[in-house]
Ligand binder design. Structure first.
Ligand SMILES: O=C(O)CCC(=O)C(=O)O
Length: 201
């Protein structure tokens, strides 16, 4: 059992074997209804530098983007959800999918801390396709200046078939991003399983 204020990151680089990951990559690439959505930043609308899709009984809103509820989960995703349930003991009810088409696609610094995820959410992230670096930086303590110059940092290469689990106060205490790459990269698909609390949407 994780103490209440602790953050925990667990990484399983070989959660799926290379052959299974390659088959899944292909299925996910073709079966997920990928779309490039717009994001609102300081009142202006920009195309997101990646493709996304959402599965879940509730809609999901972040950064001015709302994904409608989507009840039909592709069978290969159902299967992955069942395996995560067996290992982590959590029945995830929602999934945000990201597709980084090449090294120019990215996601900027943020925490998965929307009210609909509740306090100290557990988020399970699966990666397929080309490796991208997952960067984390520790937030300054409450009441301190928002300055990340000397903050603690973690970098995790998210290889195909890997599972990253963020738990406890990870979202409250840290931000994460997948930066653009200087050298080009092939496509990468990321599935982040979450539990949305219906009463908080
Ligand atoms: O692509 C990834 O590994 C991270 C995705 C992410 O940060 C998010 O969906 O909130």
């Amino acid at each position: 059992m994780l103490p209440k204020r602790n953050e925990r990151l667990r990484f399983f680089p070989n959660f799926l074997d290379p052959q299974e990951s390659a088959v899944l990559y292909d299925q996910l690439f073709h079966n997920i209804p990928w779309r490039q959505r717009s994001i609102i930043i300081q009142g202006a609308s920009y195309l997101m530098p990646r493709l996304t899709a959402w599965f879940g009984e509730q809609p999901y809103t972040y950064s001015g983007v709302t994904h409608d509820a989507q009840l039909e989960w592709p069978s290969e995703i159902q299967e992955l959800r069942n395996r995560l349930d067996e290992i982590i003991g959590i029945r995830f009810n929602s999934l945000l999918c990201n597709c980084y088409r090449d090294g120019h696609d990215s996601i900027d610094w943020h925490s998965d801390d929307e009210a609909s995820l509740g306090t100290n959410p557990t988020i399970a992230s699966l990666s397929f396709g080309d490796t991208r670096v997952f960067e984390m930086r520790k937030k300054p303590p409450p009441g301190h200046p928002v300055d990340y110059t000397f903050s603690q940092r973690v970098r995790v290469p998210l290889v195909s078939g890997s599972l990253l689990i963020m738990e406890g106060a990870t979202q409250a205490d840290w931000q994460h991003k997948v930066p653009k790459e200087y050298h080009d990269r092939g496509p990468r698909i990321n599935l982040t399983f979450r539990v949305i609390c219906p009463e908080k949407t």
